[in-house]
Write a protein that binds this ligand. Structure first.
Ligand code: ZN
Length: 94
């Protein structure tokens, strides 16, 4: 198996995680500090190879902080859904 195959393809798969899995299944736990130890290494390795997920993580964290500071934002989950949709659309276009 050619090791270079690992990094080919438009749907980025790094350390057994696709961007979609990382964001939709693991991001909340990661930001909360509750991601399982066996996933943490894969998650962080993915981030070292995937600028799109790093950018999303930064946006997500900032949004959460802003939500916490404002304290009155009615629908943080709605905002999160919008962000997710934005990223998924972005990835799909690539
Ligand atoms: Zn990614």
């Amino acid at each position: 198996m050619n090791p270079n195959d690992f990094r080919t393809g438009s749907e980025t798969t790094v350390a057994r995680l696709t961007c979609r899995d990382l964001i939709l299944q693991h991001l909340d736990a990661y930001v909360d500090g509750t991601l399982a130890a066996e996933l943490l290494g894969d998650f962080e390795y993915h981030l070292t190879r995937c600028p799109a997920c790093v950018a999303y993580l930064h946006t997500y964290r900032r949004t959460r902080e802003m939500s916490r500071e404002a304290a009155v934002i009615a629908t943080p989950s709605g905002m999160r859904a919008e962000l997710r949709q934005f990223l998924l659309t972005h990835l799909h276009d690539e």
